[in-house]
Design a protein around this ligand. Structure first.
Ligand code: FAD
Length: 295
């Protein structure tokens, strides 16, 4: 069955997002991370893709890409992998090579992204928007394509209606499932979801939730991705910023409150940005175990 067809209203899916470790040595921990995440029975695990723009095709023509290596490991753990793929800084030939590598590795699910603009890197101009990549992938192989969406509007776009019209283009080009940017106030998500449905976007939309474990990290992410920090979260960040264990406890409870509310509102799915922290994912999944099984 296709991933996008496996979402059922009233039975929300939980998926995870991880990232390739920066240091070679930390790759050894990936198997242990996946052992622990596999026990939590996610619908799929996605792996981020560096948007740096450095070519991932080596001089020998082979792909040098940690995203693929980790996706293979996810598959070996019996979980569906989804690879993120950005396009702004890549040529068609480079994308072709990556699609071939995904195909060779038996990876079928791709989160097709434009990638953030980097002022130090001149874009390649083969793909201007994620919808261009979605269209290209749809006509180049047997992949299931997901796209990103923005409950608080993408930072480069001034109006929700315009952002939604662009999102509709992405779906019409072949994206069959959407994952939202992280947010800390569910009302943004509900309003976005309502407007997306009115705009004719009918594919499953997973809500992106990031448990806060560090004030600095969340402020950096927030300013990068445009997620606003509600006053009640600000109070928590200010009070516990110097006590990582207390902040982690508070961040987990905050995320769980968001998730309980989302599940009660029959969201299609929750995509947990687990930041490679299996203990955080475990505590959240344990806390909502009966909600996941409830109709
Ligand atoms: P697009 O869908 O192209 O949208 C970007 C902007 O262009 C929006 O403002 C949109 O309204 C506008 N736009 C779109 N189409 C058109 C059009 N036809 N005409 C005019 N304007 C248009 N980045 C990474 O580098 N690596 C990752 O692994 C990664 N994973 C992510 C996972 C998720 C779930 C999310 C939400 C984001 C992720 N990102 C990642 C960040 C992402 O690359 C950035 O948010 C980027 O700025 C936009 O990517 P997009 O695919 O949403 O772009």
């Amino acid at each position: 069955m296709k991933l996008s067809e496996s979402f059922h209203k009233g039975k929300a899916a939980i998926s995870f997002e991880i990232f390739p470790p920066k240091k070679e040595a930390d790759f050894r921990d990936i198997d242990s991370l996946l052992d622990q995440l596999a026990e939590l029975n996610p619908k799929f695990i996605s792996v981020t893709f560096g948007a740096g723009g450095t070519s991932t095709v080596g001089a020998d023509g082979k792909i040098q890409n940690p995203t693929i290596e980790i996706a293979k490991k996810i598959k070996a753990h019996g979980i569906i992998p989804a690879v993120h793929l950005t396009c702004l800084n890549y040529t068609r030939q480079e994308i072709d090579a990556m699609l071939l590598a995904f195909q060779d590795a038996g990876i079928r699910n791709i989160l097709a992204l434009r990638g953030d603009r980097n002022p130090d890197i001149e874009p390649k101009h083969d793909f201007e928007h994620a919808s261009d990549l979605v269209e290209y992938i749809a006509s180049h192989g047997d992949f299931e394509i997901s796209g990103a969406c923005y409950p608080e509007v993408h930072p480069e776009c001034l109006y929700m209606d315009e952002d939604l019209a662009n999102l509709k283009r992405k779906v019409d080009a072949g994206a069959t499932h959407l994952i939202s940017q992280l947010f800390f106030d569910n009302d943004y998500f509900y309003e976005f979801e309502r407007k997306a449905r009115v705009a004719g976007i009918t594919v499953p939309i997973e809500a992106g939730i990031m448990p806060v474990t560090s004030k600095k990290q969340i402020e950096r992410m927030g300013s990068l991705c445009g997620a606003s920090i509600p006053p009640k979260l600000r109070v928590i960040l200010d009070k516990y910023e110097d006590d990582p264990k207390a902040l982690t406890d508070a961040g987990i409870v905050y995320a769980m409150n968001q998730i309980v509310d989302l599940l009660a509102h029959d969201v299609d799915g929750v995509h947990l940005y687990v930041m490679n922290k299996p203990d955080v994912a475990r505590r959240i999944c344990d806390g909502i175990a009966h909600l996941r099984n409830a109709e």
